[in-house]
Design a protein around this ligand. Structure first.
Ligand SMILES: Cc1ncc(COP(=O)(O)O)c(C=O)c1O
Length: 371
């Protein structure tokens, strides 16, 4: 990696801009002598539940575990079919498989890059138990349509919010639409720790109670398991750091949206399609992903030559990947997912980008190959 490039994401810049506060809360936790499931986690859980507009949050060890525990917590069982997208981080599908369920791939909407509600119903069988929409790149999936279809067919809705902290639809935060939702606090996320972390959020008391047990061996009281569980706990250090960053999240997301607006104005429409936004959606702008209308490799090289890093999220949709290809139904096509894969390109997007860096990316988006 060329370290002089403007990176696509920059967790170090975020740490540096809050270093003194982060160091002081780390010291507070170290000196407390209590490192697992203490007051920092309990306070963070309350604060994050309130932020998401739900009654409960359970801190866990990663976003993947959050999805797994959300699925198990609302009763997805061995052999159940779970409809999700292939255009996502592999973690979404891995978690469904880890829960013992069978992933079923749904195509995406070309504007939001999220689950296309019109493609869901043909995938429903008598074994379908749940749908897992992903709020990809920070754009919320069409939750009113998805929840209406789920209700009609008595399906559970589990939101994958790993890329969408603070995204909203009509002012309502993601994570509060379905039965349960999963967040990741991986360091590059809009709300990121300094290590792994995740959370399950829900307004359903029964689900919250079950997830709380499952994350720690099914214990109700110490050493007595009431359910077969696992160890997936958010640690005190991560929770304390997340508590520093949570109050800054809305302002950070606003900065991301302002940067995206500057890119949108600059972008050469003969060469790129800017990220779309559906009516009523508030984008968390986790990633600024354009569609390249001309040779993407050439654009990547041109970006690198002027000091701008790019990335592809993701180079292969999950249904192309050796471990998961077999879940595609015989003859099943995902035309929009397949069409997108060779065109998508992520550009630098994080709140600490300087005005000069934003200007450099804007110049590049105006004329990528003539500089
Ligand atoms: C859409 C999506 N789902 C789930 C995850 C899994 O989160 P984690 O890396 O914290 O396990 C990620 C993180 O990369 C993600 O982007």
């Amino acid at each position: 990696m060329n370290s002089s490039l403007i990176p696509v994401a920059n967790p170090l810049a975020q740490y540096r801009s809050h270093a003194a506060t982060i160091r002081s809360v780390v010291e507070r936790v170290m000196e407390s002598g209590w490192y697992i499931l203490g007051t920092e986690v309990a306070e963070f859980e309350q604060e994050f539940a309130a932020y998401c507009g739900v009654s409960a949050c359970i801190g866990v060890a990663s976003g993947t575990d959050a999805l797994l525990l959300a699925l198990k917590g609302c009763g997805v069982n061995q052999g159940d079919e779970v409809i999700t997208v292939s255009q996502t981080a592999v973690a979404t599908v891995a978690a469904i498989e880890l829960a013992g369920a069978v992933p079923v791939f749904c195509d995406i909407d070309p504007i939001s890059h999220c689950m296309d509600p019109a493609c869901i119903e043909p995938l429903i069988t008598e074994r379908t138990k749940a749908v897992v929409p992903v709020h990809l790149y920070g754009h919320p999936a069409d939750m009113s349509e998805i929840c209406a279809i789920a209700k009609k067919h008595s399906l559970l809705v589990i939101e994958d919010c790993a890329q969408a902290h603070g995204a909203m639809i009509g002012g309502q935060p993601v994570g509060s639409f379905g039965d349960v939702a999963a967040f990741s606090f991986y360091p590059t996320k809009n709300l990121g720790g300094i290590g792994d972390g995740g959370a399950v959020v829900t307004r359903r008391d029964d689900v919250a109670e079950k997830v709380r047990l499952l994350r720690q061996y099914g214990w109700k009281e110490r050493y007595i398991s009431h359910l077969s569980g696992m160890n997936s706990r958010l640690d005190e250090l991560q929770a304390a750091i997340l508590r520093v960053k949570l109050p800054l999240l809305n302002a950070d997301n606003e900065k991301r949206r302002n940067i995206a607006a500057a890119y949108d104005v600059a972008i050469n429409q003969n060469l790129f399609i800017a990220p779309g936004q559906q009516t009523g959606a508030t984008h968390a702008m986790h990633l600024y992903v354009v569609e390249c209308l001309k040779d993407r490799q050439q654009i990547i090289e041109a970006a690198s030559s002027v000091g701008i890093a790019t990335a592809i999220h993701y180079p292969q949709p999950v249904h192309w990947q050796p471990a998961y290809q077999h879940y595609l139904w015989e003859g099943q096509q995902l035309p929009e997912t397949d069409r997108m894969v060779s065109r998508i390109l992520s550009l630098p997007m994080y709140p600490e980008l300087s005005d000069d860096q934003i200007e450099e990316v804007c110049c590049f988006l105006k004329s990528p190959t003539n500089r």
